[in-house]
Design a protein around this ligand. Sequence first.
Ligand code: SG4
Ligand code: ZN
Length: 261
Amino acid sequence: ELPVPRYQVRSSPSSWGDDYKTCLGKFQSPIDIREKDVTTVSFTQLEFSNVNNSHTAYMTNNGHTVMIQSFDPNAPLISGGPINDTYVFQQLHFHWGQNDNLGSEDLINNHSFSMELHAVFWKKDYGSSEAALKHDDGLTVLGYLYQATDKSNPVFDSITWQIPDITGVGSNITINDTSVLSKLIAPDLASAQNYFTYRGSLTTPPCLEIVQWIDFVQPQYISHEQLAAFRIIQSTDGTNLTHNFRPVQPLDGRIVYRNNV
Ligand code: SG4
Ligand code: ZN
């Protein structure tokens, strides 16, 4: 079991390092991606498989985010691009803010987006997501930025109306749309190759430095109302989870790459 992050004042991200020294390391996430400082590289094609199959997906309030999982043996897979091996989908979850002007974890040119989706994949060779956590190339996380707008995004039709059913910590439901994973994580072919990538960490304690981050450049959209639905869930300490993003961490000389498209 991983420790539960708290975003309230009393155990805010700035004090995670007191108990988890790794959170003070030199490969921490999130970061501010400055476009003028990125290095352009031609990666091989980033490939998705099993992603468009139908998947029974479950949505859980784990006390620190809304998380969507599938226990399907034919889980989505990724390979290629900046990663050398096959990585298996484990779960996706969201980070949001107190208002629509902030909420994303990674920033682009110091700009915050309103929400960020993380799709977490573990390296297949390591046999399980738990075992993968012990290796410095254990995880790849795909990051999708969302900007709040007036227009609602049909991808969230099967999600936001059910969030009131999972306000309690630990509650979960089955999502009534077996293509929800595909809609959330399979970007169209052109956008799929347009990404930033860098070496970083989990953005919650224990902040393990085991993640190849792949952040898609093209932002997605979500309506103000759809986004507001996320802020009603309860957090572990009983208050509303109004925000759950970690502030940006020092780059410490790391290079951020951009795929040449
Ligand atoms: C969220 O709290 C997820 O619920 C956690 O997933 C996740 O930890 C954590 O964020 C950190 O992931 O992509 N933001 S992140 O760096 O995936 C892991 C679970 O607790 C290990 C399963
Ligand atoms: Zn995350």
